[in-house]
Design a protein around this ligand. Structure first.
Ligand SMILES: C[S@@+](CC[C@H](N)C(=O)[O-])C[C@H]1O[C@@H](n2cnc3c(N)ncnc32)[C@H](O)[C@@H]1O
Length: 280
């Protein structure tokens, strides 16, 4: 594949979900070239969800063929809705949901998550609970004002997304707009958990390069603020100064933020102020 921006239809045609999983998610240690990335993500997810009270609905945007975020949320979220652009990813998830013998094996990661939660033996129970709580696997396009169109979902309590927006967006303007689109699916006061990477330009699947929007921490924080979030936690894992070929991120990010309840009102007031209107 010639290396340029990877449009959604490239994911439909060229992204091999099974190879992606075998490259990055075969063990809780992740791909050795990615160093501590996956343990960093899993540990932060387990810690964050264990600090939340139980809640009703969690929506994952751009899940790909992955279930590790949902595994960490299972037990806290009553209902889970997964979404991704590509139908090949939906099919991979359906295999696992149907307990198909050819499905990808998530048990090493389920065992690791249960161990972090304090009881490794409960992994099979956790997988069963997850199968029961996943209610829908939907088509999603973050560039649509309703990314789940034509499905209209009630605003959810928790939105999670990992490595999706930077893969889906060609430039920073598109990123900010996609972030606003997905934020419209979250309740005011609801929580966003995002896993992202800083200064990455590509990652590979079966030696095919997929593009990634390059940005730094300052851009990400500003984009979140402008989309109406207050950041509650921002963890960074810097990549050691080693050579690798599988991807080129410089640091990975785990963040928790909440959608401000009065963001729209605040915007209205600041707009009035700048126009020198009187507000009461
Ligand atoms: C790098 S993968 C991330 C998969 C998974 N969330 C993870 O953490 O490994 C990027 C995902 O973004 C999805 N994607 C690409 N363009 C998209 C779009 N316009 N809307 C929603 N998802 C999109 C792809 O189908 C792919 O599954």
């Amino acid at each position: 594949m010639e290396f340029g921006f990877t449009f959604g239809n490239c994911y439909e045609k060229k992204f091999n979900p099974r190879v992606y999983l075998e490259t990055y998610y075969v063990s809780p240690l992740g791909n050795p070239q990615e160093k501590e990335f996956l343990p960093f993500v899993l540990k932060n997810l387990v810690k964050a969800f264990s600090s939340f009270p139980k809640f009703h609905t969690l929506l994952e945007i751009g899940c790909g063929p992955c279930l590790h975020l949902a595994l960490c949320a299972s037990g806290r979220a009553e209902e889970i809705v997964l979404s991704d652009f590509a139908s090949n990813n939906h099919q991979e998830i359906q295999l696992w949901l149907q307990n198909d013998p050819g499905a990808f094996d998530w048990s090493p990661i389920a065992k690791f998550v249960c161990e972090l939660e304090g009881n490794r033996e409960k992994w099979a129970e956790k997988e069963k609970k997850l199968r029961d709580s996943i209610k829908q696997v939907l088509k999603c396009d973050v560039h649509q004002s309703n990314p789940l169109c034509p499905v209209e979902l009630e605003p959810v309590d928790c939105l999670v997304t990992s490595l999706c927006l930077e893969a889906a967006c060609k430039d920073k303007t598109a990123y900010c707009s996609a972030l606003r689109n997905v934020t419209s699916l979250l309740k005011p006061g609801g929580v966003l958990i995002m896993i992202s990477v800083l200064n990455e330009t590509y990652y590979t699947v079966n030696e095919l390069k997929f593009s990634c929007l390059k940005f730094d921490q300052a851009f990400l924080e500003k984009a979140l603020k402008e989309a109406g979030y207050e950041i509650d936690q921002f963890e960074i894992l810097a990549f050691p100064d080693d050579r690798r070929s599988i991807s080129d991120w410089e640091a990975s990010v785990f963040l928790v933020a909440h959608k401000q309840e009065y963001f729209v009102l605040n915007q209205y007031y600041s707009c009035c102020k700048s126009m020198q209107f009187t507000t009461y």
